[in-house]
Design a protein around this ligand. Structure first.
Ligand code: OFO
Length: 169
């Protein structure tokens, strides 16, 4: 059994994780247009991670006997016309997601659901990693500035990123 208020908060967050998947897919399209294949790969991995985050909560709600309520996914709007501006948007989005995960943990605390808090610890740590990763990339992009050669070297590096199915919880 899961508290109705917490069930609602989980359903809302499933939608936000799937929106993140959709947003990163839209950002990937921008990098496809610029033929920056390493960045395209980076977003491919990000898309899979967001899907895994959403499904982690989907499966958890099911396991706890909650009702899964899938909602419409908003049309993604990519802000920015350069790699730097797009990554500024990525960081802003991840900071927003962190605030929503914290809100979810607040609700779990309010209804004294220790099991949910245990699961949410994983998501809280994951958000620290997400923000650190994106923040690092953003710092590199700021350093690169208008240097196209350096951008292509970074693009090559990003081609090496691989998706590892996370063990959530
Ligand atoms: Fe699911 O971590 Fe990004 O949004």
């Amino acid at each position: 059994m899961i508290d109705k208020k917490l069930e609602e908060a989980f359903n809302d967050q499933i939608n936000k994780e799937l929106y993140s998947e959709y947003l990163y897919l839209a950002m990937k399209v921008k990098f496809m247009e610029w033929n920056l294949q390493g960045f395209v790969n980076w977003f491919d991995v990000q898309v899979q991670e967001e899907h895994a985050h959403g499904m982690g909560m989907f499966n958890y709600l099911d396991e706890r006997g909650g009702n899964i309520d899938l909602r419409a996914i908003e049309r993604p709007e990519v802000k920015g016309n350069t790699p730097l501006e797009i990554f500024e948007h990525v960081l802003e989005h991840e900071q927003y997601v962190t605030s929503r995960i914290n809100h979810l943990a607040d609700v779990a605390e309010e209804v004294k659901d220790r099991a949910a808090l245990h699961l949410l610890d994983w998501y809280i740590k994951e958000q620290v990693e997400e923000e650190a990763n994106v923040g690092g990339l953003l710092a590199t992009l700021r350093l690169i500035g208008d240097d196209k050669k350096a951008l292509l070297i970074l693009d090559k590096d990003l081609a090496a990123r691989t998706f590892v199915q996370p063990v959530i919880g």
